[in-house]
Design a protein around this ligand. Structure first.
Ligand code: GDP
Length: 458
């Protein structure tokens, strides 16, 4: 009974959960978190599309983060080039000169922007060299990129990664037998390799998800992948909020290549579940695996079906930034072709075979050869160009400005909520204490009065 009355008096005199929420809102100044999962829904951020011609997913209920204009693209994107026979470990892509005649040459660090004859007589302050300074600094620092590959085992993930980066990242891989795979949970493995090309260093990290989709019951097998991505955000958030922010290790996942089986009829429930669970956390790029097992018509049909299902289930895969309106027509067309390519139909191979007198990376069948880097055979080159040459920086920018910012905003909201709750709890305790103190004083005073009265009448 006493306890009940205490609870009642609490609810009358002290702030309720509602007022905590309103206090939280007041502290945050905007956007109360949504009910349920904070990232359960999202739309497209208006500011992005209006200001810059980009459309980006944005999570309502969290602050808005604008994307800056798309990073300048490297010259010669989407060109097809052939390369093979590079030594393992140290990767030399030996790419052909990537400069397309239709694209302006990059001024970055390549030459003095004031060297032309007409500039000689003019007076300049010199800040046109700023891009050169940035270029030099970033080259010195080196680049990093974290790519995750996910999808059922046996779909060619390791083969494709090795083909993409001309390296052998899976030397120590241990393949499990069927019995072991029944009970296996999804593991997350990380392989890092330092590659260098023309003096530019790239620290490439591949995050693999062995065991994904292998068990008899695959319910929620995306969870460990989602947890891994969140852990990387959390680590970055801690490091960023710490004292030494100089050498922060950035392990955030910048892109997830999701492998779709070529043997199904479009997406499987597991694919839908995975992509829906992760699309707010990472840039998902869907790929149609082992495209050499399909005829060109089948590839075309499957791509359409998968795109329709992606739309139907509200999956937000990585959106390529829109072209600037002043881009030339060639570039715009290439960009559109890239967008129409989704999901990239890929073929992987780690062997070099001889086709029409040329040594190419491909798969040799009794009826012929499929060439990995032949655009008529698959979208491998388009995928590699997108990942490495044209959109690597954008993938990192979107990770930082959208996915990580959403995570950070959510963390700050939760932390503020906790602080408000704790403050209210302390306030309640203090008020309790004051009541008890008053009661105690009243009791003491009553005893004193009784004693005085007794003495008086006695
Ligand atoms: P993972 O388990 O997803 O990493 O798959 P692997 O890369 O280990 O490949 C599994 C098997 O598929 C191997 O025998 C590969 O040689 C083969 N494979 C890989 N890529 C392709 C491809 O593009 N087409 C075909 N037909 N087979 C492939």
């Amino acid at each position: 009974m006493a306890a009940n009355s205490e609870v009642n008096s609490d609810s009358e005199h002290f702030p309720k959960e509602d007022s905590e929420d309103s206090e939280l809102e007041h502290i945050l100044g905007h956007h109360p978190p949504r009910e349920g999962h904070p990232f359960a829904h999202h739309g497209y951020h208006k500011g992005d599309s209006e200001g810059e011609g980009h459309s980006r997913p944005h999570t309502p209920g969290t602050p808005t983060f604008l994307r800056p204009a798309a990073a300048p693209r490297g010259p010669g994107e989407l060109e097809h080039e052939s390369r093979h026979g590079a030594p393992r470990g140290h990767v030399d892509f030996s790419l052909l000169s990537p400069i397309s005649p239709s694209r302006p040459k990059s001024p970055w660090g390549c030459y003095d922007p004031y060297e032309s004859a007409e500039d000689q007589d003019k007076e300049y302050v010199g800040f046109a060299t700023l891009p050169n300074q940035v270029h030099r600094k970033s080259v010195k620092k080196g680049f990093d990129f974290t790519l995750m590959v996910a999808g059922e085992s046996g779909l060619g993930k390791s083969t494709l990664v090795n083909s993409l980066f001309l390296t052998d990242l899976y030397k120590d891989r241990k393949l499990l037998n069927a019995e072991e795979r029944i009970t296996q949970t999804v593991e997350i493995t990380k392989h890092t390799v330092d590659i260098e090309e023309k003096g530019v260093k790239l620290k490439l990290t591949i995050v693999d998800t062995p065991g994904f989709g292998d068990a008899v019951n695959n319910t929620e097998c995306w969870k460990s992948v989602a947890d891994y991505i969140d852990q990387q955000f959390e680590q970055y958030f801690r490091d960023e909020s710490g004292l030494n922010r100089k050498n922060i290790q950035d392990n955030r996942v910048h892109c997830c290549l999701y492998f779709i089986s070529p043997f199904g009829h479009g997406l499987r429930p597991l694919d839908v579940e995975f992509m829906k669970a992760l699309h707010e956390k990472v840039n998902i790029v869907p790929v149609l695996a082992k495209a050499d097992t399909l005829t060109p018509t089948e590839v075309k049909r499957k791509k359409i079906k998968i795109r329709e299902e992606i739309e139907q289930y509200g999956i937000k895969i990585y959106q390529f930034p829109d072209c600037d309106s002043d881009e030339d027509e060639d570039f715009k067309q290439q960009d559109q072709e890239l967008k129409d390519c989704i999901p990239f139909a890929v073929i992987g191979s780690n062997t070099v075979v001889e086709a029409k007198g040329k040594r190419v990376r491909g798969r040799l069948y009794p009826w012929g050869i499929v060439e990995v880097e032949n655009p008529a055979h698959c979208d491998f080159v388009k995928l590699r160009n997108m990942l490495v040459r044209t959109h690597m920086q954008d993938l990192k920018d979107v990770t930082r400005e959208t996915h990580y910012e959403n995570y950070r905003a959510h963390c700050i909201q939760s932390m503020t909520r906790m602080v408000v709750k704790e403050r209210n709890r302390k306030k309640r305790n203090l008020e309790h204490l004051a009541t008890w103190k008053a009661l105690y004083l009243f009791q003491e005073w009553s005893i004193y009065v009784v004693m005085v009265l007794c003495i008086y009448f006695w």
